[in-house]
Design a protein around this ligand. Structure first.
Ligand code: ANZ
Ligand code: ZN
Length: 874
């Protein structure tokens, strides 16, 4: 016996800091900007430095780390970086609340959270860390902005914002509460101010088409969300000439996907901002008031769809392009200025919104599509959808087009319109250009200069970056940059005259749209990313993050990749070849309700539970006052339900390895994970048992040694088989389907098998060694600290280990089951060695008591199918 020099008991707090220091000292996770060996880029969405880590972070970064460590074990060079999405509103809010500069607040948070991340034991190349709020980073964002502006891919136009008249500041949508400013409580007004826009619509078709390239690597659900957001629609533009050109010369163009219903158009509706509406309102105070009312309302599409339909006649008329009939033009609140041409041909019989509107204002409703079999029923407003159906069908009441089906009618009507120059085929996208100006301080300065002579002039490249002053404490009353002449006073690069620097900053989505590229060469001084580094590391092989970013962030990052590609900075069409969207982390909720129905939420950490023997909660008590609380069920961890569990507490109590194993074991990564104290304890127990088992093995003094696999005892062969089955399963589970939970379950089984195996001979110990070594290496992606310590005791350095290889011969089972029948009826089963000969099988079968009782008479025939069955015919 020998005494190992590790503790007999697993002490995470004693080993984790030591191992983390070792990784840092030896720079184990450092990779170069360019490598030639097989390599892989694994990226978890970088965090906003909000103050401290939450469980969602821990899950996200553990998933990325398990994948990174797995591929490192496969011998690949893995880039796993970490940084900070460091601009944004919370820093300004903190500044207002605590009178501390956003920069200081941000960097303090970063320091704290970096420490927390390091304590999770992530295999990150920390030399690549950056924060997006540093000039070294946003320099290149500004550079790209200038290039795109010069190319016409960025433009400036007026747009409507929420204006707080007391604070004299622009409010983000989430800062407006019930129509009032969140800080001042003043009634919010709408204002039109100039803003910069990225022409993302120029890329709409490509953003849609390239989703096909992601088919294999992205969740279907995310691809669908992207597709819907881009919203390609195939339709036609139809021109309705003015019926009275002396009053209004321009025709009205509408966009429709239902050209087949043209003969049922009974009025035309325009948006409140449509030029014709504005002209009609010039001498009409009621119309003017109505337009103003529409402008004040919500601009969210979802609200518009459900809002009560409202409208007013303009007094203008247009001509139907085919019949020449006079149709009235109405202003309607359900028509968006920002979609199509801001005008629709209304077909009340076949469009629900038009129908509601026509009923309300007594406008004609004309059926033009046949709804099978329902024609002769009288019209009934309450069942109109059933009556007409919104679907395609044969045309009726449509003159020459009667009887045609959708496709033929559509083409025939389009052809006729085209011949008259009153229509054309048209593709429309729901996607809008991306407005990026924010009237905020804590963001990347927009590199533009406003000159009264020359207009908008981009900052010359050699003057970049435009540096954001960092010693500023905003007080909530407008953008402080507007009060800093030292920032905004400048000269025009074009005429040399006095000019004013743009004080708006960029939407923080811009920083997160290209950070993945910067990580490939974070110190590169001559551009966004070096060509060689981009060539090596891009695209990201595996991106991991929350599904809440499934639309905007991913769309903007895909857009930026294409912009950078067209700028010659990166290659390829897409930034992320594979995407994993992690599920939410849920926890129990506890509350009390007062007489007014107001709920107070209690943190699970402050609740004492009494359970029955099946683990069901009998009673939940708030520790502070010993009184009961109501158990509210599992919900997403959030501030509003006060059910967040602080990862730090778990790490302090059990160690990072336990937290990691629990998270990976409790649920597949893309599904919700229910927090459970019992689960955490279970994970911890498992690691303790691994430690104990290894300790006991070390105590025997056995070491690695070769053995002849064919000469092992059956029990030793069984353990070998289990070992190699586990290697095969875990490798496959991780690589092919990210099934971390079943991988850990397999490792638990292997541990049991090792514990059950009573090693006696030197060969037995060698088989145990192989099993333990395999277990520890396979466990390393999940519990890297524990694995490294225990492997070191076995004389192995985890950081240079490779994934164990499956020995196919070890997988072959050396025994098998033989079915024993009497007169074709199953009577018993035999466990025998493979290829046991015929006579021995008969003898063994006959000896079985279950068989013997049927073999009383003479046996007529003995049938043996080798390796399968024995049948006695009596
Ligand atoms: C006539 C019609 C008849 C329509 C019918 C629908 C059903 P998607 O598929 O989303 O592109 N539309 C066009 N521009 C609009 C705007 N600015 N604001 C509100 N609605 C607008 O939808 C296209 C349909 O949305 C168009 O087809 C138009 O109504 C409406 F039985 O035209 B349809
Ligand atoms: Zn000028």
């Amino acid at each position: 016996m020998t005494t190992p020099h590790i503790d007999p008991e697993y002490q995470a707090s004693a080993i984790e800091p030591q191992i983390q220091k070792d990784w840092a000292d030896r720079q184990v996770f450092k990779v170069a900007d360019t490598v030639t060996q097989k390599h892989r880029y694994i990226l978890s969405m970088f965090p906003y430095p909000s103050g401290k880590l939450h469980m969602g972070h821990v899950r996200n970064y553990t998933i990325g780390d398990v994948i990174s460590r797995f591929y490192r074990l496969k011998g690949e060079a893995v880039l796993q970086p970490m940084g900070w999405d460091a601009f944004g509103l919370p820093a300004e809010n903190a500044a207002i609340a605590h009178k501390v500069a956003p920069a200081q607040w941000t960097f303090e948070n970063i320091a704290y959270m970096r420490d927390q991340l390091k304590r999770l034991g992530l295999s990150v190349d920390w030399d690549r860390e950056f924060a997006t709020c540093t000039p070294e980073y946003y320099h290149w964002e500004q550079w790209l902005f200038v290039q795109l502006y010069k190319k016409g891919l960025i433009y400036r136009k007026l747009s409507t914002v929420n204006w707080d008249p007391v604070d004299q500041t622009v409010l983000a949508n989430e800062q407006v509460e019930n129509g009032r400013g969140w800080r001042s409580g003043a009634l919010v007004e709408k204002r039109d101010i100039p803003m910069y826009y990225f022409r993302i619509t120029d890329y709409a078709q490509e953003l849609l088409d390239d989703l096909d390239q992601l088919q294999a690597g992205w969740p279907q659900q995310v691809l669908t969300m992207q597709r819907n957001w881009i919203g390609r629609s195939q339709g036609m533009e139809i021109i309705f000439p003015s019926a009275d050109p002396s009053r209004y010369a321009d025709p009205i163009t509408v966009y429709t996907t239902r050209g087949d219903t043209l003969m049922g158009a009974s009025y035309v509706a325009v948006a409140a901002e449509h030029p014709l509406a504005l002209q009609a309102a010039e001498n009409n105070a009621t119309l003017k008031a109505f337009i103003e009312e529409c402008r004040m309302g919500s601009v969210a599409e979802a609200d518009l769809a459900t809002a009560e339909k409202k409208g007013m006649a303009t007094g203008y008329f247009v001509e139907h392009p085919l019949t020449g009939a006079k149709l009235p033009v109405w202003i309607a609140n359900y028509v968006l200025m920002s979609y199509g041409s801001g005008a629709v041909m209304a077909v009340p019989a076949h469009d629900e919104r038009d129908f509601e509107f026509a009923n309300k204002y007594q406008l004609p409703i004309q059926q033009v599509i046949d709804a099978q079999g329902a024609e002769d029923r009288p019209f009934d407003a309450t069942v109109w959808q059933e009556w007409y159906g919104a679907k395609h069908g044969k045309l009726v009441h449509s003159a020459e087009f009667d009887g045609l089906d959708f496709d033929t009618a559509y083409s025939a009507i389009l052809a006729k319109l085209e011949a008259k120059n009153l229509g054309n085929s048209k593709v429309q996208f729901r996607l809008r250009d991306w407005g990026v100006s924010r009237q905020r301080y804590w963001g990347c300065p927009i590199p533009m200069i406003n000159c009264t002579q020359c207009g908008q002039v981009p900052v010359p490249e050699e003057q970049l970056p435009v540096i954001l002053p960092t010693d500023v404490v905003p007080d909530g009353s407008g953008n402080p940059l507007n009060k800093m002449p030292e920032f905004y006073q400048t000269t025009c690069p074009s005429c040399g005259g006095e000019a004013r620097r743009e004080t708006d900053t960029l939407d923080t989505f811009v920083e997160s749209s290209w950070y993945y590229a910067r990580f490939a060469s974070p110190d590169f001084q001559a551009g966004l990313v070096s060509a060689e580094a981009a060539q090596t590391w891009l695209p990201v092989n595996q991106y991991i993050g929350g599904v809440e970013h499934a639309i905007l962030h991913l769309l903007y990052a895909r857009f930026f990749h294409k912009l950078m590609r067209d700028e010659g900075v990166v290659q390829g069409n897409e930034p992320f070849s594979h995407l994993l969207t992690q599920g939410m982390v849920l926890a129990d909720t506890y509350y009390r309700e007062d007489a007014n129905g107001k709920k107070t939420w209690f943190n699970p950490a402050d609740i004492e539970l009494t359970r029955d023997d099946k683990g069901r909660i009998l009673k939940a008590v708030y520790r502070e006052d010993g009184e009961e609380v109501v158990v509210g069920g599992q919900e997403k961890m959030s501030k509003s339900k006060n059910n967040g569990i602080d990862p730090q507490q778990i790490i302090d109590l059990y160690g990072a390895d336990t937290a990691r194993v629990f998270m990976m074991f409790a649920a597949p990564p893309d599904q919700s994970l229910e927090w459970s104290d019992a689960g955490v304890e279970g994970a911890n127990r498992f690691l303790k048992r691994v430690w104990r088992m290894t300790y006991n093995f070390l105590s025997t003094g056995a070491t690695q040694r070769d053995f002849d696999a064919s000469k092992l005892s059956p029990a030793a062969q069984d353990l070998r088989r289990k070992t190699h089955q586990t290697i095969e399963k875990v490798s496959d589970d991780i690589e092919r389907r990210f099934a971390f939970n079943t991988s850990i379950a397999a490792l638990m089984e292997l541990l049991n098998a090792i514990n059950k195996f009573a090693a006696k001979t030197a060969d037995d110990h060698a088989v145990s060694f192989e099993a333990i070594r395999s277990l520890l290496i396979l466990l390393a992606p999940f519990a890297p600290h524990l694995s490294q310590v225990l492997l070191a005791e076995l004389g192995l350095d985890l950081t240079t280990q490779q994934l164990p290889q499956v020995d196919p011969s070890a997988l072959v089972s050396n025994t098998q089951t033989i079915v024993v029948q009497v007169n074709g009826k199953l009577r018993a089963k035999l466990e025998v060695a493979v290829d046991t000969d015929k006579d021995e099988l008969i003898a063994l079968a006959k000896a079985l008591p279950e068989v013997q009782q049927f073999l009383t008479g003479a046996t007529k025939k003995e049938i043996v199918v080798p390796n399968k069955l024995v049948n006695f015919v009596v």
